[in-house]
Ligand binder design. Structure first.
Ligand SMILES: [Zn+2]
Length: 294
């Protein structure tokens, strides 16, 4: 497993760098009475390693809860293991429904030989309003993201005493964001809400942890607004995707630009989003199914 990074006495993260397809971040908040895990990993094995590390940070007899920041498999595939270890899994209602209908492995899009058993849990606990969880000497707040952003069921976890905000996939750092399950417009608005926390430390869903002064929120917001701006014009999407590669040259998984542009165009024109066509355009850029290194 990737190394555990301690952000504060109560908050730790596990980063799967550099953070491309299905290589997400997870973390936990630990207090005297229990642990709150934020997200799991894509494969059975990596999630098991993560939960072993969490067990080492859990006080004797302490409770285990996990928050799924959203339903995507990289974040959610270990949820059943949380339940098997006696834990409770929290998710937005719509995310819980998507997870329950999984696992979603998209075999025509991704090639992966080591998912393992990623069967979803029997149920998740729906989060319909802000929760303040007292873990014993430290509070963690589980907060529904207003509207539709990265997905229609996003949660963030805020640790006010430490100034740490787990943003899930509302933020990507050094990795191209991915909007196919959500709304570019709503996501940009949600980032204004996210900035309001005044967090000192941001844990993105993918890529390195970021300090507030690095303005990761502003950089992702600028990208989303650029998508909406250019999608409102007449230019064809492949041409715009090529411009995006030049404009954001350091980002991994640049084949996502054409997908995001298709989402943005459907929003500004009020037309349906064609996921199959958009993913087909992305796969054409990379020459076939995406081989996962997870
Ligand atoms: Zn995601």
């Amino acid at each position: 497993m990737s190394a555990v990074q301690t952000l504060s006495p109560s908050t730790s993260v596990v980063l799967q760098l550099p953070g491309g397809w299905f290589r997400n971040n997870a973390g936990w908040v630990s207090g005297r009475d229990g642990v709150l895990l934020v997200d799991t990993f894509a494969t059975e094995e990596r999630s098991r390693e993560l939960l072993d590390a969490v067990a080492g940070a859990t006080p004797d007899g302490g409770s285990l809860r996990a928050v799924l920041t959203h339903a995507h498999g990289d974040h959610a595939h270990g949820a059943r293991q949380v339940v098997e270890r006696g834990g409770e899994v929290l998710a937005a209602p719509s995310a819980g429904a998507v997870v329950a209908a999984g696992p979603h492995l998209y075999p025509g899009v991704f090639e992966c030989s080591n998912w393992g058993d990623v069967t979803p849990p029997e149920s998740t606990t729906p989060v319909v309003e802000p929760l303040r969880l007292d873990l014993g000497g430290i509070e963690a707040h589980v907060l529904p993201v207003p509207g539709t952003a990265h997905t229609d069921g996003d949660l963030v976890v805020w640790v006010p005493d430490d100034g740490v905000l787990f943003t899930g996939d509302l933020l990507f750092n050094g990795v191209c964001p991915l909007a196919f399950s959500g709304s570019v417009t709503g996501w940009a608005e949600a980032l204004d809400w996210l900035a309001g926390f005044g967090a000192a430390t941001l844990v993105p869903g993918h890529g390195q942890v970021s300090a507030a002064e690095e303005d990761l929120i502003g950089r992702v917001a600028e990208y989303l607004r650029w998508l909406l701006d250019v999608a409102a014009g007449p230019e064809e999407l492949p041409s715009l995707a090529a411009q995006a590669r030049d404009r954001y040259p350091g980002w991994l998984d640049a084949e996502r630009h054409v997908v995001n542009l298709a989402v943005a165009r459907s929003e500004v024109r009020g037309t349906p989003f064609d996921l199959v066509a958009a993913m087909g355009a992305a796969l054409a850029e990379v020459g076939g199914p995406i081989r996962l290194d997870v």
